[in-house]
Design a binder for this molecule. Structure first.
Ligand SMILES: [Zn+2]
Length: 475
């Protein structure tokens, strides 16, 4: 990366395209087409077919883990767990929950010992605590993972890997102090990789011009960042740019984000959730419902006593990943929250895979009260108002927080007051000051969090303070 940073832009484009060539072979090479056929054939499976398929996959995974994965071999032996114990998905509930910290400390011992080191790609996911988690991906898992995305995320949005696109993401491909261009070109994928860090009301027009010039037909990436471009288009009706679809993932998509994107780009938003650990894909169908893709994993949603949540009740996501059998994660507490859909009827799209009604980023997004209480699930307050382009609660001291609000069209100060009152009704008497800002700071990975505790994460605090100092206040 240090060498890349010193290259002129045309050579950086070439480097990105060369990297694209490596990824093209890795993601879309051997096995990709046949996995696409499998997923097409299974898309309209009945409940029974989905259930049978998942039970047999879980049994296969448990069998493999108990024989060849050192961590599980020890744990299962001590607990007397065997693959033949798995007769139904409910049997998974007798298995221990795998905590993130255990994965952090045992990532190598969680790998199938038959896999060669040369066959494994090491991926670091960035936790908001700053402690990276290492996940090993065997080469043969990539085509499977990307085939599922191709058939159940992109195809559902009416686009494909081959359709020219813009990706708005957080990889550091553009230097922080760059004065533009704020993107690089991956010619292999006909992809304009655009930096989410540099989007602001001043730079938005340049992003839109570039998307138009390069013939992008869809946009993918962080919804919070793409919504800034959507909002700019709404405010500049003389600049018309239409897309076929916008496919968002990676951070919390608020209703105000969706509204700005759909109005600005004249197309539908299709949100999806894909865990960085490679163990679950949830994607939005044409009816606007979020389907858990059964081939990606088995999802449980549990309450604070680790009991199953009722539909509509927000709880912790516990995932048994069915894709990465080189590093099996069985009943893994991923750290995100979700709720099963309340609607009992099946989705009008005809697919019977289970639906969730709600996903809320990370379960570690909470305010820490002086009395030790953790106050999470604060996004409901923020999600109510369409006049907020985005909002964020930043706790900068044990006894103080800021409510940062980026106003959308039609915003009035009292809208901010309403959100604050809603938050205070949850946390009790606690000083929360409102600041209206042009745009919101982002994490190191370029994402937008709903709640950030600065005093817990000094490294994040520095980035925030610096960004906040540069962001214009509105009042
Ligand atoms: Zn559906």
């Amino acid at each position: 990366m240090r060498l890349y940073g010193k290259l002129p832009v045309p050579l950086q484009n070439l480097s990105l395209s060369m990297y694209g060539l490596i990824l093209q072979r890795r993601y879309y090479g051997s096995g990709f087409s046949s996995w696409c056929e499998v997923y097409d054939a299974q898309e309209y499976f009945t409940h029974d077919q989905i259930n049978q398929w998942q039970v047999s996959e879980v049994r296969r995974l448990v069998d493999l883990a108990s024989k060849y994965v050192p961590y599980y071999r020890d744990v299962f032996r001590k607990m007397g767990i065997e693959a033949k114990n798995v007769q139904a998905l409910l049997d998974l509930r007798t298995f221990p929950i795998l905590e993130k910290e255990v994965v952090r400390q045992n990532s190598k011992r969680l790998v199938d010992e038959r896999r060669k080191q040369s066959d494994l790609i090491q991926d670091r996911t960035s936790g908001s605590t700053g402690t990276p988690l290492v996940v090993y991906w065997p080469m043969d898992v990539f085509p499977k993972w990307w085939a599922l995305h191709e058939r159940r995320v992109r195809a559902w949005a009416g686009v494909s890997q081959n359709t020219p696109r813009a990706m708005v993401g957080g990889r550091p491909i553009v230097p922080g102090d760059s004065k533009g261009p704020y993107w690089r070109v991956n010619a292999i994928w006909r992809q304009l990789y655009m930096s989410s860090y540099h989007i602001s009301p001043e730079t938005a027009s340049q992003y839109i011009e570039a998307m138009d010039r390069y013939g992008c037909q869809w946009v993918t990436g962080y919804g919070s960042a793409i919504s800034l471009l959507g909002a700019w288009l709404c405010e500049h009706p003389e600049r018309n740019l239409s897309m076929r679809a916008i496919v968002t993932s990676g951070d919390n998509l608020l209703p105000s984000h969706r509204h700005a994107i759909e109005t600005g780009f004249h197309c539908r938003v299709f949100d999806n959730y894909g865990s960085a650990e490679g163990c679950l894909v949830i994607s939005e169908c044409e009816q606007g419902r979020m389907h858990v893709q059964p081939e990606s994993g088995v999802l449980e949603i549990l309450d604070e006593h680790d009991q199953p949540c009722a539909p509509g009740q927000l709880g912790e996501m516990i995932i048994t990943g069915l894709m990465n059998d080189g590093m099996p994660l069985i009943r893994y507490r991923i750290g995100d929250l979700a709720a099963w859909s309340n609607q009992k009827d099946e989705c009008a799209c005809g697919r019977v895979s289970p639906c969730i009604s709600y996903i809320e980023g990370r379960s570690d997004e909470y305010l820490l009260m002086p009395d030790g209480r953790h106050i999470g699930r604060l996004s409901t307050a923020i999600k109510k108002s369409l006049s907020l382009r985005a909002a964020q609660i930043v706790q900068d001291a044990p006894n103080h927080a800021w409510l940062l609000i980026s106003p959308a069209k039609g915003y009035e100060h009292r809208d901010g007051e309403t959100v604050r009152a809603d938050i205070i009704s949850k946390i009790g008497a606690f000083p929360v000051d409102i600041r209206e800002v042009e745009f919101l700071p982002r994490t190191k990975a370029g994402k937008q969090r709903l709640v950030v505790r600065l005093f817990d994460h000094p490294e994040t605090a520095e980035i925030y303070k610096q960004q906040l100092a540069e962001i214009p206040w509105r009042c």
